[in-house]
Design a protein around this ligand. Structure first.
Ligand code: FES
Ligand SMILES: [Fe+2]
Length: 342
């Protein structure tokens, strides 16, 4: 497919370029039912119910691995306060409340690998100290996960979908006034893609829907009318994650993992990791500059998610679950009533 003229979902001209895609089957060619008729709320709900029953091992995504450094960082996870810090390359997490008199540990500092409490200087090395017990943490190199509860049988580690070995990655973490299910449900509705995000997707056709896999042909806008069309799948490896994987066209094997973590009732964190790969030679030249390219990838992801969060928040609002007002922190980096965690 050198260059091909086509129309976007609004009838405007676009130019497709990049690897040729496999031809559509006659049934897929005939699939011209309007998107609003294909996107059936009951079916999306049913998929969500199935996803909800998948095992998770009790793991929750916390944040990008690169974002957890020596400075203690505060997180709400499933209604509890945690502090995270890194020492000697290892991420530690535990309750944010000091076992001595309850100071917010995220307001402390790390010295010699130990987290020092801001009130009276108790130093925690990441191991148990009295009532203070560290949480189980898993750093998969891109994301950090926490398991607040005991190990679930057969799931000692987070359930991950395959990722490319060499990729450019970016991780976005955004807060939304919705439940984790609303985030997953948004992604189980790919039919909204080209209508709701015309700046990113020029056209989108859902090619097949099975219990476990949605397959989509989507034209990504590269710039103006220039688009790259790829085939990709969406699947949920566990109940709080949905993964888009490119299976044909440019960047085969690239993934976008969307994780939804409940923080406090009525609020969720969306942690999305994009790991892009390509077999094209110029892509290999970009790999050494991966940290520099990260903000570019993340800026693009942010635009899309600002819209998808509005979608997810509205879904929750329409369920009537948004009232009375849930607890609304104004600054997610600090626990309410506590000093700035620096
Ligand atoms: S409250 Fe932490 S050392 Fe006293
Ligand atoms: Fe979307």
């Amino acid at each position: 497919m050198p260059f091909q003229l086509a129309k976007d979902v609004f009838g405007r001209s676009i130019v497709l370029f990049g690897h040729a895609l496999r031809p559509l089957t006659p049934e897929q060619e005939r699939l011209n039912t309007p998107d609003w008729m294909q996107a059936r709320p009951l079916e999306i709900r049913k998929s969500l119910e199935r996803v909800r029953r998948l095992p998770s091992g009790g793991w929750y995504v916390v944040d990008a691995s690169y974002r957890i450094g020596e400075r203690p960082t505060f997180y709400w996870i499933d209604g509890k306060e945690y502090v995270a810090w890194r020492s000697g390359g290892t991420v530690h997490m535990g309750p944010n409340t000091c076992p001595h008199m309850g100071a917010p540990l995220s307001a402390g500092r790390v010295r010699d690998g130990k987290l020092v409490c801001p009130w009276h200087g108790l130093a925690l090395d990441g191991g148990r100290h009295g009532r203070w017990e560290p949480a189980t943490v898993h750093d998969d190199g891109v994301l950090v996960w926490i398991r607040p509860g005991p190990e679930e049988e057969g799931v000692p580690k987070p359930i991950l979908a395959p990722r490319p070995a060499n990729g450019l990655s970016g991780v976005l973490r955004m807060m939304a006034r919705c439940d984790p299910d609303d985030v997953i449900a948004n992604r189980l509705d790919p039919w909204h893609g080209a209508w709701f995000h015309p700046h990113s997707f020029a056209r989108l056709k859902v090619l097949s829907v099975t219990e476990e896999l949605l397959t989509v042909r989507v034209a990504f806008r590269v710039g103006g009318p220039m688009c790259v069309e790829v085939d990709c799948t969406f699947h949920c490896p566990e109940p709080r994650t949905i993964v888009m994987t490119i299976i044909d066209g440019e960047g085969v094997g690239s993934v976008v993992e969307t994780h939804a973590t409940s923080v406090v009732p009525g609020w969720s964190a969306v942690v999305e990791a994009t790991i892009a790969t390509s077999e094209r030679t110029p892509f290999r030249w970009l790999l050494p500059g991966a940290p520099l390219l990260r903000p570019v990838i993340e800026a693009r992801m942010k635009r899309l998610w600002a819209e998808d969060l509005a979608y997810a928040e509205r879904t929750r609002y329409l369920r009537g679950a948004g009232s009375p007002e849930p607890f609304v922190p104004t600054d997610w980096t600090r626990p309410p009533g506590n000093p700035t965690p620096r």
